[in-house]
Design a protein around this ligand. Structure first.
Ligand code: NAP
Length: 282
């Protein structure tokens, strides 16, 4: 595979470990770890994610509880379901699939999830702990990124890392995790000046923009590590945020799309469920 980070292979390896650990948990506690997934409405992409999460749970011996709610579900009904799941001892993790239909108030819903069951890591408590450098449950995609870097022996200490994107689900937590590994962080966004120059100076580039092939190969420094989070559906298929063929010639390591960061995300959700289950039972 040369300089390509194989997210599928790493994900398989991690899932084997999770399966083993879920078995140990079940033996010790007389029940498997449990993940509740809540989907409101019919968004086709969300439905696929939910299906993949269920399949991941089945594969690893995690019990999945699925709540497929009507588009017309009210805020009150959704909050009442979260309350029930918070109180359910067989449920270790709660995930509300985003985006919610526009009549629902996302922030209030995420706030309602018991932080000890916040396997997406989006609750302000989880985010705050991460910001303080004392993480509890960490968002799955950034955790997957760090896992891949660790597995490839990338030492981040003192490295210059440029993160493009400042979302709460990817850019910000990824920056915090890399900073915890002692990288020096630059977070870029749509108002950043001289993005190409910043990328050209980076030892590590994390692209989480949502624009197909936006980062040009010629911007990448020779030997840099490139993590492409982007998932952009185009007429010619799924594309990342980085011009892969060109960037690959310069990078020492690079993730492809598909088959890079994507497969790691659900795997880290399963791992977060196990972490939450263990913490709740300790
Ligand atoms: P998002 O919330 O839309 O954030 C995109 C970020 O990119 C924003 O901070 C935005 O800046 C920045 N940006 C947009 N245009 C830019 C430009 N021209 N130059 C520099 N920065 C620019 O997206 P997200 O949720 O973080 O997701 C990013 C990508 O990752 C998407 O393709 C998404 O599908 C993918 N994703 C993949 C996974 C996975 O499992 N593989 C998981 C999550 C997301 P402003 O803040 O200034 O607007």
């Amino acid at each position: 595979m040369g300089n390509i980070i194989d997210g599928k292979a790493l994900s398989r390896k991690k899932r084997e470990e999770i399966t083993q650990q879920a078995e140990d948990f079940s033996r010790r506690h007389g029940r498997p770890p449990g993940l509740a997934v809540v989907l409101v409405g019919q968004d086709p992409a969300s439905a696929i994610y939910v299906r993949n999460k269920r399949a991941g749970c089945e594969q690893c011996g995690i019990r999945s509880f699925e709540y497929l709610l009507n588009e017309s579900t009210t805020q009150k009904e959704l909050l009442a379901l979260i309350d029930r799941l918070n109180a359910d001892n067989d449920v270790d993790g709660i995930l509300v699939q985003l985006p919610l239909p526009s009549h629902l108030e996302e922030k209030e819903v995420l706030l309602r999830i018991d932080p000890s069951k916040d396997v997406d890591g989006f609750h302000p408590y989880s985010m705050g702990r991460l910001l303080m450098g004392e993480p509890t449950l960490v968002p799955c995609t950034p955790r997957g990124i760090v896992y891949m870097l660790d597995e490839h022996g990338v030492d981040l200490k003192g490295k210059d890392a440029v993160i493009i994107g400042r979302s709460n689900i990817v850019g910000k937590p990824a920056a915090l995790l890399l900073m915890m590994r002692h990288a020096t962080i630059t977070i870029c966004h749509s108002r950043t000046r001289n993005l190409a120059g910043k990328i050209a100076a980076a030892d590590v580039v994390v692209a989480a923009i949502g624009r197909a092939e936006f980062v040009r190969g010629e911007w990448i420094k020779d030997g840099a590590v490139v993590i492409d989070v982007g998932m952009n559906r185009t007429e010619t298929g799924l594309k990342g945020d980085v011009q892969f063929d060109e960037a690959k010639k310069r990078a020492s390591l690079i993730t492809p799309v598909p088959g890079g960061v994507g497969p790691m995300t659900i795997t880290m959700l399963l791992d977060n469920t196990l972490i939450a289950a263990r913490a709740r039972m300790s």
